[in-house]
Design a protein around this ligand. Structure first.
Ligand code: GSH
Length: 252
């Protein structure tokens, strides 16, 4: 068989929400996967999709030839197995355990605190998620906005975050921010000189919190951790070098 007979491999297609709110990708889970694909050195194409397009009803999902994988955690397992990469290769067994705990804290606690500020606050909702329906004619626009907000508010209640008061939610979020800040210390990345798997989600969630489009108490708490602010800038420069993160921050 000659070189010409070998079928060209199609890049992985990463389905996400696309840029919005001063971020190169609006979905933190898609950003996580995008960064992990880059750490793994795998070529990919970033395409826009709707959650309803995904087999699990959420973004991201990837298509790789005839394989579709949904959910950022399972996407990572898939690429690590299929392409023989280990995003945590440099980590000890103990560090891997900490990395998983960090990932769960960011996704299952800090992420909900961030979502609370985006959806519960009228101005943030109007300035943010409501805008996805700008092109839809009335009365469907108002209905779709309300349906989205109701769904996310129901989720926030189900996971428990909105059973707390505003200040308590800030406190919970700030504890996670502090933990990340302490873990990072003065290192470039969470576990040393090179980014590993959990840097992807920590960065994505922190970038979302620091989005200049939303002014809230959680963002102000995050801004007070200067090493986290610098970390987001560092990750942005490395993984989204063409995105004008600094300019967006200054313009806000
Ligand atoms: N566990 C999922 C969470 C993904 C997720 O929450 N995606 C959001 C966008 S950031 C979504 O699609 N939400 C729509 C919905 O839940 O209906 C993962 O890690 O991929």
């Amino acid at each position: 068989m000659s070189y010409m007979d070998i079928p060209a491999r199609q890049p992985i297609r990463l389905h996400g929400g696309g840029p919005a709110f001063g971020l190169p990708e609006v979905s933190p889970y898609t950003m996580k996967t995008e960064v992990q694909l880059q750490i793994a050195g795998l070529p990919y194409i970033h395409v826009r999709a709707q959650p309803a397009d995904s087999p699990k009803g959420q973004l991201p999902f990837i298509t790789d030839d005839d394989v579709t994988v949904a959910d950022s955690t399972f996407i990572r397992s898939y690429i690590e197995q299929k392409y023989g990469v280990d995003l945590d290769a440099a980590l000890s067994t103990e560090q891997r355990a900490v990395a998983w705990a960090v990932e769960r804290m960011v996704e299952n606690q800090l992420g909900w605190a961030c979502a609370y500020f985006r959806y519960a606050d009228d101005a943030s909702f109007a300035n943010g998620p409501a805008r996805w329906y700008d092109a839809v004619p009335e009365p469907q626009r108002t209905e779709l906005r309300q349906a989205l907000r109701d769904k996310v508010m129901a989720n926030l209640f189900a996971v428990g975050i909105t059973r707390h008061g505003h200040d308590e939610i800030v406190l919970l979020g700030a504890r996670s921010l502090r933990s990340l800040s302490v873990l990072l210390g003065d290192k470039p990345y969470l576990f040393g000189g090179h980014p590993t798997g959990s840097d992807a989600i920590a960065f994505a969630q922190l970038a979302n919190i620091l989005s200049p489009y939303f002014d809230n108490a959680l963002r102000r708490r995050a801004e007070a951790f200067h090493n986290l602010v610098d970390y987001v800038e560092r990750m942005m420069e490395r993984f989204y070098p063409r995105f004008a993160w600094r300019a967006c921050q200054k313009a806000a």
